[in-house]
Design a protein around this ligand. Structure first.
Ligand SMILES: Nc1ncnc2c1ncn2[C@@H]1O[C@H](COP(=O)(O)OP(=O)(O)O)[C@@H](O)[C@H]1O
Ligand SMILES: [Mg+2]
Length: 359
């Protein structure tokens, strides 16, 4: 009786194991969003599911028996990535990777891949379980979100630029106009005798107007190029704020394309405006150089440096805007400045990365 009962328990266990395997098989068969399949120890595909067919385009009969490196790009194969992933799964049981994978028709998609080494009771390697998920859509949405966030930052930067212009117009031209109006009221009768004073004020206003317009779009940038525009910027900054500017240009920055020239100019302009507003520096140096590999811009002031812990205001878009401009032209902008040690900007742009005929 005991024996019979043990036999029936074994059968029951066997039966439920088969049920479980069927259910598991059914689960894998019904999943369409993930490619779930087994590889043998050498990396050849052993099983396939509808998700695999949907994502990678192969029917079971076309892929079973083939090495899983067919899912990888030529570049990945050249550096031995498929084998390296299997080895990593063997060493760590489980490995996760994200990257480009190749469909049957040769097109590529962005995949998240998890490979798990499957071992038997004695620890012997039975193969690998591989789960692949197509992340193309998710990545596209992330990219879209990133672009939207970047557009918002650019819009904020434009807004603060508009604010700056409004402030300049109000503080500078507005005050000069008020003064002119008062002078007119006071001297209404002797207007002709006071003609010279009024004419001086009009000259000063014209000068302000020129300066504000030139800040918006420096005319010499188009006509004379970056070096001349930077010389003009440095000179007018020095005269306006009494802060010494040392400008040095090496190499031939004039060969740069239009977007790069404008971005470099705007970065220097914003950095100088920060020097005037925040640094309490007496001197600022600007170094621009270009060789066959890199265009490099370095700026340093001898002022108070950045606030401790770089706790910057959330509405401070100047530094963010500078980084955005740098990223737009493929450059990397490092900004540093320990308190008391001045602020230092280091912008490196690989010349190869510059688009357009003129680099
Ligand atoms: N050259 C500098 N010297 C000292 N502090 C600076 C300098 N440049 C930037 N900062 C600090 O970084 C902050 C952020 O600068 P920024 O993003 O241009 O915004 P904003 O100029 O509108 O304050 C400034 O508020 C200031 O505290
Ligand atoms: Mg600023």
């Amino acid at each position: 009786m005991t024996k019979r009962s043990s036999v029936s328990t074994d059968r029951w266990c066997e039966q439920s194991k088969i049920d479980l395997e069927h259910r598991y098989q059914f689960l894998v068969e019904s999943v369409e969003d993930y490619a779930i399949f087994m590889l043998d120890p050498s990396g050849c595909v052993q099983t396939w599911n509808p998700g695999g067919q949907r994502i990678k385009g192969y029917a079971s009969a076309e892929i079973i028996g083939r090495h899983f490196s067919v899912f990888y790009t030529d570049d990945d194969i050249a550096v031995g990535k498929p084998q390296a992933l299997l080895e990593a799964a063997l060493a760590r049981v489980h490995v996760e990777d994200e990257g480009l994978r190749v469909r049957k028709d040769g097109s590529t998609f962005w995949a998240n891949v998890v490979i798990t080494a499957v071992t038997g009771p004695e620890g012997e390697l039975l193969g690998f379980a591989k789960v692949t998920r197509d992340m193309t859509e998710r990545r596209r949405l992330e990219e879209l979100e990133r672009l939207q966030a970047r557009a918002a930052v650019m819009e904020q930067a434009r807004e603060s630029e508009r604010k700056r212009i409004a402030r300049e117009l109000h503080d500078d031209l507005g005050q000069r106009l008020s003064a002119l109006k008062m002078a007119l009221a006071v001297h209404e009768k002797q207007i002709w005798q006071q003609g010279a004073e009024i004419s001086d004020q009009i000259d000063a206003m014209t000068e302000s107007l020129r300066r504000i317009a030139a800040d918006l779009r420096p005319p010499c940038l188009d006509d004379l190029g970056l070096t001349a525009a930077l010389e003009w910027l440095a000179d007018s900054f020095q005269r306006r704020y009494g802060i010494k500017v040392r400008l040095a240009v090496h190499g031939e920055p004039e060969g740069l394309n239009e977007l790069t020239v404008l971005s470099l100019y705007r970065i220097v302009q914003e950095a100088l405006s920060n020097v005037a507003r925040h640094s309490r520096a007496s001197e600022v140096s600007i170094d621009l150089s270009k060789d066959d590999l890199f265009c490099r811009l370095r700026m340093s002031d001898n002022g108070v440096g950045l606030p401790p812990g770089e706790k910057l205001r959330s509405d401070a878009f100047g530094l963010v805007g500078m980084r955005e401009r740098a990223a737009q032209i493929g450059g990397d902008l490092q900004i540093s400045g320990r308190p008391g040690n001045g602020v230092h900007l280091n912008l490196l742009i690989p010349v190869q990365g510059l688009k357009g005929a003129a680099r």
